[in-house]
Design a protein around this ligand. Structure first.
Ligand code: THG
Length: 274
């Protein structure tokens, strides 16, 4: 599972305040804590700052990469912000995200063309949000085709079928899951990615719903997610679902996570004192 840590997002109040006063320490701490959870990319989002977004996004990248040796996911539809951030970024950045919305598509396609960037392809068009798996597939197909024509290799494409709140439509869960399954089987080599927490919007006990939905999506082949890596329940669910879906050779990741957690110490303690 390719995990993107979501916490450095300007829509979160504390992050917003830290950015305003350029509190590098706060951002560095969030970067380090997410890195310690084993994430693959750190998402950076300065979307609420509009005019200042290019300057702030590149400041976030430099601040994050000053303390952790990880690439960033550049969470912006603004080509100026992406360019500014890429100019200071080290390693293989991920663009979050291109979509079929025409303005966004034509602004971002030249940036990823002929590059080694990873790119999230969001299943959204000017026709609004897709509701069925079929609509998602049609958009995914066009995005994959357009990216391939610009020499973006399939293994750098992460299709995001778009998670929507289950409380607004009873079918949103199943349609998303079917889209994951179909993308993974029809476009061999392509990855999938999503922001899981939208599924539980407006409902109580959101963590339970997010975790359960994650396990269900993993059985369909989901291999990437943007999430809060400090949520231990979610991280455990991912390891458990991956081992059970046959995606964790020799159960190594599962065993290692268990070892690293308190359960291991507790277990040893109980064994010793038996
Ligand atoms: N797809 C893609 N990109 C995305 C999303 C997506 N980027 C933005 C968003 N959705 C994913 N990022 C966030 C960032 C923060 C939060 C939710 C989604 C959030 N965090 C909680 C908070 O503010 O305190 C903490 C998380 C928690 O407690 O579990 O709300 O869908 N391609």
């Amino acid at each position: 599972m390719h995990i993107v840590g979501e916490l450095i997002n300007s829509s979160r109040r504390e992050v917003n305040e830290a950015i305003k006063v350029r509190n590098a320490g706060f951002i560095e701490d969030l970067a380090k804590r997410q890195a310690n959870c084993g994430v693959n990319h750190i998402d950076v989002n300065a979307g609420v700052f509009l005019q200042e977004e290019p300057a702030i996004l590149s400041w976030l990248v430099q601040t994050v990469q000053g303390v952790v040796d990880l690439p960033c996911t550049l969470d912006s539809p603004n080509p100026k912000a992406i360019e500014a951030a890429l100019a200071v970024h080290r390693g293989q950045a991920m663009i979050n995200s291109i979509s079929l919305e025409q303005e966004r598509y034509h602004a971002l396609l030249p940036i990823v063309a002929d590059s080694d960037l990873k790119v999230i392809a969001l299943c959204m068009s000017d026709g609004g949000m897709p509701s069925t798996a079929e609509e998602r597939l049609r958009i995914a197909e066009k995005l994959i085709d357009g990216l391939q024509q610009k020499n973006v290799p399939l293994y750098n494409i992460y299709v995001d079928p778009l998670v929507q709140p289950i409380c607004t439509n009873n079918d949103f869960g199943v349609e998303f899951l079917n889209a994951v399954e179909q993308v993974m089987s029809q476009f061999h080599g392509v990855h999938t990615m999503c922001g899981m927490s939208n599924i539980s919007f407006g409902l109580p006990n959101r963590k339970l719903l997010n975790q359960t939905f994650m396990a269900m999506a993993i059985t369909k082949g989901l291999d990437g997610a943007i999430l809060n890596p400090l949520d231990e329940g979610m991280m455990s669910t991912i390891r458990a679902a991956e081992v059970l879906a046959g995606r964790d050779e020799f159960c190594m990741k599962y065993t290692n996570q268990f070892r690293a957690s308190n359960h291991w110490a507790l277990n040893n303690y109980q064994l010793r004192d038996r």
